[in-house]
Design a protein around this ligand. Structure first.
Ligand code: AMP
Ligand code: ZN
Length: 112
């Protein structure tokens, strides 16, 4: 399968790893939008949020909790943002489900 993030998971494309376990992989975003900006992805290829099924409920819960844990380890004790872009209007450019974690700056709301 020609998927950038699947290639990152297996090490075919280099990345700056932050965390890995059997089910998920976390790495720094190549084009950071905040002093802390990393991505957490399931190792299983899932296209986007719309492709999720009941089977992934526990996995997504674990990813969310781990995302917060990692954000705090990286110094985001004043807060952070978890973002998922879904499909074209959501601004998704890589079609492998991923959560952005941004922090260590004051983020605006609503986003553009
Ligand atoms: P999205 O626009 O939500 O699909 O986010 C895709 C993200 O992947 C963007 O923030 C990119 O900067 C990031 N990205 C693309 N290629 C790489 C890469 N090789 N390593 C790390 N992050 C990447
Ligand atoms: Zn993939």
């Amino acid at each position: 399968m020609d998927c950038l993030f699947c290639k990152i998971i297996v090490g075919e494309i280099p990345s700056e790893k932050i965390y890995e376990d059997d089910d998920m992989y976390a790495f720094k975003d190549i084009d950071p939008q905040a002093p802390v900006h990393f991505l957490v992805i399931p190792k299983k290829h899932i296209q986007d949020a719309d492709a999720l099924t009941e089977e992934e409920d526990a996995l997504i819960g674990r990813i969310f909790r781990k995302a917060g844990e990692l954000a705090k380890e990286l110094g985001c004790d004043k807060g952070y943002r978890i973002v998922n872009n879904c499909k074209e209007d959501g601004g998704q450019t890589v079609n492998h489900l991923h959560f952005h974690i941004l922090g260590q700056r004051s983020l605006q709301w609503p986003p553009g």
